[in-house]
Design a binder for this molecule. Structure first.
Ligand code: NAP
Length: 522
């Protein structure tokens, strides 16, 4: 714990020590004294949550309080006491704890976001410096419930609130805007102390939580699943580069109804729509551009100030722009493999640019229907090898994952360019076969970046920082690949931790206030 804290304290002078994670908190505590003395600038919360409240301490309320009192004596400025423990304490014992250290009374609901008001009414009967209410988001709208709750009480009380769970990310980032004095981030990936927690560095670097304020515009990618989306990394980097006061979140919407309810109540300015809602969302739009209507799928939404939704399809630009950067599309012979959503965008978009478009698909009927609608040609699979093309586009998922499958055989690759829209992994069997034949390969990442760049332009009215977007996505993919292939997660070692040169005596702990905690948070 000390090693981990030493490695983090410079960038994170506001920390929580989960003392319940120590096998013997009472014995371990004195060893933390030297850390506290060496870092008088740090604000540290001591928490020793009991197993009945979701922690690891297998002990009584008395044991929990004894640890927290000892922590107070050592110089921790804040202690976090679960409400259930508060209720079990004598008023005099609670008063003693509160006299000696800043007190956070907290309540965790690991199942739902329910009865926040009733819960808080009971909690607020007990005096505390901060009230922390943590629930679990079982849908996106729960974030709205939490933020309304924070807004209602933060004027009168020092509140901390968030929703746990993968669907709670909105509250983790926007909760501070709604009145939560601080929020929680994991020290590193793999060391989360609550479901859905993101790392402190992600909160800072990706979501720029330190600059989220009342004027920050909210954007997001909505889909199911959405947790592995690279869009937040890419779009937040673009907003930062172009100094747009906006944040972009991953919204795990398990139903379109939930997403629309959330969009109504949180002033979201724009959304990227991904699987499985690209088609279903069209019926909910106030208006959309002609190509989006033809394609019947929308991947980009602009929400007006009155709440009206306007749709665009930037998958078209995602396919067309990388090709236009390499060849004249008018008259170019382009084969699209696949007849799903992206193939539709490609077919209509390329036809509009004057290309001679061919489609082939595993399910011939679906391919023929698209060919008819887009007024392009359908090729039976056995005929593909008989033709040559300027471009072949893989618009199927074949090759995703381990990259070992290919939607086409080598003899069918009679083309100048091969555009594989699969971008995880960066190299697939198809791209390797094409490269070996001397065909120029266009990586799928280019589509991802260009469709995002167009979204950025629609939302911000500024030219997109395409090079920056491509850079951060490439780096994020490399990082992910490295993480996945690493046999063991990296851990800090003694060697990696530089001891702090400065040694100082810790002054007597003062109770942190809203102001000092806010300052430490930064
Ligand atoms: P979709 O609507 O589900 O369509 C998938 C298409 O692939 C269908 O035509 C399907 O054929 C075909 N297909 C699926 N499995 C196949 C197999 N084993 N063998 C042959 N054909 C198969 O998906 P989508 O939204 O169009 O996305 C397609 C792919 O594009 C994604 O998987 C992703 O890799 C890629 N993509 C890339 C980007 C990017 O930014 N680079 C963005 C979005 C999507 P049937 O009609 O026979 O089912």
């Amino acid at each position: 714990m000390i090693e981990r804290a030493e490695s983090l304290v410079r960038d994170n002078p506001f920390m929580e020590f989960r003392l319940d994670y120590l096998s013997q908190p009472m014995t371990g505590l004195p060893k933390l004294r030297s850390f506290l003395e060496m870092h008088p600038e740090a604000t540290i919360i001591a928490t020793c949550r009991r197993a009945v409240n979701g922690g690891k301490l297998k002990g009584t309320v008395a044991a929990e309080v004894a640890v927290l009192l000892k922590a107070a004596d050592l110089g921790f400025q804040l202690v976090d006491l679960e409400f259930q423990s508060v209720q079990a304490l004598k008023a005099t014992d609670l008063q003693e704890l509160s006299n000696r250290v800043g007190l956070i009374i907290s309540h965790h609901n690991f199942r739902a976001t329910k009865k926040l008001e009733e819960q808080f009414e009971e909690m607020s009967r007990y005096p505390a410096d901060f009230y922390k209410v943590v629930s679990t988001a079982t849908n996106l709208y729960d974030n709205v419930v939490m933020m309304k709750f924070l807004e209602a009480h933060s004027g009168k009380h020092e509140m901390v609130g968030l929703c746990m769970g993968e669907q709670g990310i909105i509250s983790r980032v926007l909760g501070v805007r709604a009145g939560s004095i601080f929020t929680f981030g994991a020290a590193t990936r793999g060391e989360e102390t609550g479901p859905g927690q993101v790392t402190a560095s992600e909160l800072r670097d990706v979501y720029r939580i330190d600059s989220v304020d009342a004027a920050t515009q909210v954007y997001g990618v909505a889909g199911d699943p959405v947790e592995h989306s690279l869009s937040p990394v890419m779009m937040n980097a673009a907003f930062r580069r172009e100094t747009v006061n906006a944040v972009y979140l991953a919204l795990h919407a398990k139903s379109l109804k939930d997403l629309l309810a959330c969009v109504r109540d949180i002033p979201i300015r724009g959304l990227s729509i991904t699987m499985p809602y690209k088609q279903a969302i069209v019926a909910e739009l106030e208006n959309s551009d002609p190509l989006t209507r033809q394609i019947g799928a929308c991947n980009t939404i602009v929400r007006s100030l009155e709440g009206k939704l306007y749709g665009f399809n930037t998958d078209v630009a995602g396919v067309v722009v990388p090709l236009e950067q390499r060849l004249h599309l008018a008259g170019a012979r382009v084969l699209i493999v696949g007849a799903g959503g992206v193939a539709r965008a490609a077919a209509f978009g390329l036809k509009a640019k004057g290309a001679e478009v061919f489609i082939t698909n595993r399910t011939a009927e679906k391919g023929q229907t698209l060919a008819r609608q887009a007024k392009v040609k359908y090729l039976k699979r056995p005929d593909v090898a008989k033709h040559s093309f300027d471009v072949i586009i893989n618009a199927t998922p074949v090759g995703m994952g381990n990259g070992k499958a290919s939607p086409l055989e080598e003899k069918e690759l009679n083309t100048k360019y091969l555009f594989d829209l699969v971008y995880v992994p960066a190299e697939t069997k198809l791209t390797k076969m094409a490269s070996a034949k001397g065909i120029q390969v266009i990586p799928g990442l280019e589509m991802f970046v260009q469709q995002g760049a167009r979204q950025f332009e629609i939302w911000s009215g500024k030219p997109a920082p395409v090079a920056e977007m491509a850079y951060v996505v490439t780096k994020a993919l490399e990082r992910r690949t490295a993480e996945e292939s690493a046999a063991e997660p990296a851990t800090a070692t003694r060697k990696t931790i530089r001891p702090t040169a400065r040694r100082a005596t810790r002054p007597a702990a003062k109770k942190p206030t809203r102001k000092t905690v806010k300052a430490a948070r930064r």
